[in-house]
Design a binder for this molecule. Structure first.
Ligand code: FUB
Length: 325
């Protein structure tokens, strides 16, 4: 059976979707790609995004997708250097908190917060980034009164510059036989503006050996694009494998893990990066993601898509063909 899919914003380039249901409506928080002319390299300089738009709909596959316009601009963020990458938004007590990664004036990524009274923004940035924050790709998972941020990304995402939440003198990618550099998870403070604790590593275990996945296990280990969702009482941590271009997932019994590797959610799309959000709406499951088909393969000009996601009877996600190689 063909997977049902849809391009959501055909008139512009949007990527890295985070998606939540607020007040019964589906809100999409993507990165906003454009052609800055920056050369393509492993540092991600070609992802030179300068603002965010918010989109919403009441019917994921068929409904009108409303563009709520520009909701945050890099020029309005006091600590900004460059590159607004993947963001996410959480609601608490009727206020909406946008978490965004941005390089500071020294070209170091941190995670900032901007606040609004409405899910569609506009968002007002706090004067400084979250204390102790680093790297990219914040994704927020709410469980009751607790809010967890998953974050981190290798290479241009700078995660290899940190160990135990401290900056290293020199960036250090682990040798192939060592445990892979992990994504991080941290609980947010009551006011949603800071970390409530030290970020912890997300350990992904090999189901055969029970050992953490190794750094050289490029087709399964974490690279970037963390997402968390819950299905049938289990915690599903999903992520991109980066240089092998797959979306994979691992399952655990609590938000901190450890998680046991399960498989591939989506094979490579057209384009280098792959990045997603998984949500349930009206009893069906969806994966929002992006590819570079409309731009003819330009990896810095990505288009927002959605596909239906299916589980088998044991809760395993059925692999979707991303259409790339
Ligand atoms: O959009 C810039 C970066 O590309 C994101 O932060 C990564 O997840 C990748 O999609």
């Amino acid at each position: 059976m063909m997977t049902k899919m849809r391009y959501l914003v055909p008139e512009d380039y949007m990527a890295d979707p985070a998606v939540h249901i607020f007040n019964g409506r589906v809100y999409i928080y993507p990165s906003h790609d454009w052609d800055s002319g920056a050369g393509e390299n492993d540092n991600g300089d070609h992802f030179e995004m300068r603002d965010y738009h918010v989109f919403s709909t009441d019917d994921i596959m068929e409904g009108e997708v409303v563009d709520h316009g520009k909701v945050l601009d890099v020029d309005d963020i006091p600590w900004a250097g460059r590159q607004l990458w993947d963001c996410d938004v959480a609601e608490k007590d009727g206020r909406y908190y946008m978490y965004f990664p941005l390089k500071d004036k020294n070209d170091v990524f941190h995670i900032g917060v901007a606040v609004s009274d409405r899910p569609e923004g506009p968002f007002t940035p706090m004067p400084d980034p979250i204390r102790g924050s680093y790297s990219i790709d914040p994704a927020i998972f709410r469980e009751g009164d607790d809010y967890y941020m998953y974050f981190g990304g290798l290479w241009g995402g700078q995660l290899q510059r940190y160990r135990d939440n401290k900056a290293l003198e020199e960036p250090h990618l682990e040798p192939d036989e060592m445990p892979a550099i992990p994504s991080r998870v941290v609980k947010l403070s009551d006011d949603m503006l800071q970390f409530a604790e030290e970020p912890r590593p997300i350990v992904i275990l090999d189901p055969e050996t029970g050992e953490p996945l190794k750094a050289g296990d490029n087709s399964r280990r974490f690279f970037e694009a963390s997402w968390m969702h819950k299905y049938n009482g289990k915690y599903y941590f999903s992520y991109s494998t980066g240089d092998t271009h797959r979306l994979c997932y691992a399952v655990g019994d609590n938000p901190y893990g450890p998680f046991v590797y399960q498989g591939c959610i989506m094979t490579p799309v057209v384009g280098w990066t792959t990045h997603h959000a998984i949500v349930e709406h009206k009893g069906r499951w969806y994966i929002f993601h992006h590819d570079c088909v409309p731009s003819g393969g330009k990896t810095w000009l990505r288009s927002l898509k959605v596909a239906e996601l299916e589980y088998d009877d044991e809760g395993r996600i059925k692999t979707i063909d991303g259409g790339g190689s």
